[in-house]
Design a protein around this ligand. Sequence first.
Ligand SMILES: Cc1cc2nc3c(=O)[nH]c(=O)nc-3n(C[C@H](O)[C@H](O)[C@H](O)COP(=O)(O)OP(=O)(O)OC[C@H]3O[C@@H](n4cnc5c(N)ncnc54)[C@H](O)[C@@H]3O)c2cc1C
Length: 316
Amino acid sequence: MTPTAPAPSIVERLAAPHRGPVPFSVEFFPPRDAEAESRLWRAVRIFERLSPAFVSMTYGAGGSTRDRTVRITGELAAQTTLLPVAHLTAVNHSVAELRALVGAYADQGITNILALRGDPPGDPLGEWVAHPDGVEYAEQLVRLIDTLGDFHVGVASFPETHHRSPDIDHDTRTLVDKLRAGAEYSITQMFFDVEHYLRLRDRVAAADPEQGLKPIIPGIMPVTSLATARRMVELSGSVIPPDVEERFAKAAGNGAEEDRASVRAVGIDFATEMAQRLVAEGAPCLHFCSLNFAKATTEVLGRLGVDVDAALHVPA
Ligand SMILES: Cc1cc2nc3c(=O)[nH]c(=O)nc-3n(C[C@H](O)[C@H](O)[C@H](O)COP(=O)(O)OP(=O)(O)OC[C@H]3O[C@@H](n4cnc5c(N)ncnc54)[C@H](O)[C@@H]3O)c2cc1C
């Protein structure tokens, strides 16, 4: 039997040829039920035709959603041409369990892992309590994964600073420490003001020029529902800037239900404007929070000059 070649790293993928003006990547989350899983797979097949640099699968707070993350990430590796990145959090895990999870990924050929601390289950903004035999910070998880084999690790970064960071310098130091610990790149929390991303990049470069060379991949969400965007932003401890909120609120209208078509139109325009600016500023990749749908992201990619027509016509 021919041995399988090891999966490329994300940094290698970002340097490889790509469609459009810049590589892109897509974030999925573990679907709740069979219907949602079918929807995810429809999106996966569309994205597959567009050759993203990688796709990532978030890691939930509870048992069954965690199992689904591991299973579906394995299926993405085995049954598609996509390069999956498995998110892994320290929440409620002992070091022994974290080791076993990383081993389970390695058994499926998954060597790209996004190392995260995670948020407290139930209330993401509530008190963080480390597992008595676990790790406290993502930096420790990066170091742990590094001891377990030939993995390529990424971490989270926060253009608006992380909501638990006491100040901006502490926040920058946290990211630099994770990169010095061996993380090869970071993916940002989704944001709505490109200036915040640019300032984060400048801060990291000023704090440590060597680590500043590592890719900081901006997270973008093409908003199709203002209510969903508000909820996600709130749960992540960040904010929608007032001018952006105003633009979306105007589109949503004053009715009992938001005007989804108008919000969607503004969402696609806004995500495209952000993406164009990020490309002009040299972002290494655009990471789309897809919410397991392909259409809005594909529309943005189309506006950026990617030929998306063939991808959208997937046989049922
Ligand atoms: C791209 C991306 C993907 C994500 N995916 C998931 C997911 O799949 N599942 C999920 O549950 N959550 C996910 N999250 C959310 C993330 O887990 C939370 O934002 C979490 O609160 C922070 O995680 P972290 O890895 O940045 O933590 P850390 O880097 O550990 O930082 C957490 C806080 O602790 C502080 N800190 C770090 N080190 C130290 C230290 N040595 N001493 C004192 N303070 C310190 C930091 O400044 C920060 O305020 C994701 C976030 C992003 C941006």
